[in-house]
Design a protein. Structure first.
Length: 177
């Protein structure tokens, strides 16, 4: 990708599910190598993920927004955001559930463009803050979130993958004031 090839961000459609699932699986395999069991990562299936994604997309009540990033009509990234999923926080809070890029596009600015649009949409929907969870050992993602204005808030939870506890930390970014 070069300056002559701008990243386009738009809402995901049902027709995008296969490519989004490919990006998600590649993103997991890239981001979590050495942080999750390799057998789990090797067993991820874009086909199975796409089937689940199509079902969720069809049943959606509109509260979750899926965005795709593309260059020359090729989907290279995906983000999903919506209401925060924990009862402890106020209803006005949003959560960035996922943001992944095809690993070939990491460091090109595509992730930054996708994040900026996700945050813009959260603010436009009236959310005061956005939360996200990140694997504690994922230093690259943590630097990315910190550059986007997110800060840890002290919350930590383990995520279990094939019997292995993978610690996640919570980040927050204020959108107002």
């Amino acid at each position: 990708m070069s300056d002559a090839e701008p990243v386009q961000i738009r809402p995901m459609t049902l027709a995008d599910c296969d490519r989004v699932s490919e990006v998600r699986v590649l993103g997991w395999q890239f981001a979590y190598r050495g942080l999750m069991p390799q057998t789990f990562l090797d067993g991820l299936s874009a086909t199975a993920d796409a089937e689940r994604r199509r079902a969720r997309f069809a049943e959606s009540d509109g509260s979750v927004l899926n965005l795709v990033a593309s260059v020359r009509d090729e989907i290279i990234g995906w983000a999903a955001l919506g209401p925060y999923r924990d009862d402890e926080l106020r209803a006005g809070d949003a959560e960035l559930y996922a943001i992944y890029l095809n690993p070939k596009h990491v460091g090109t600015g595509a992730g930054r463009a996708l994040m900026q649009e996700a945050l813009r949409r959260c603010a436009a929907l009236g959310h005061d803050r956005v939360y996200l969870w990140v694997v504690r050992g994922n230093a690259r993602a943590r630097r990315f979130y910190e550059r986007a204005g997110f800060r840890t808030d002290g919350a930590e939870e383990p995520y279990e993958v094939e019997g292995v506890l993978v610690p996640e930390v919570r980040y927050v970014r204020e959108l107002r004031g």
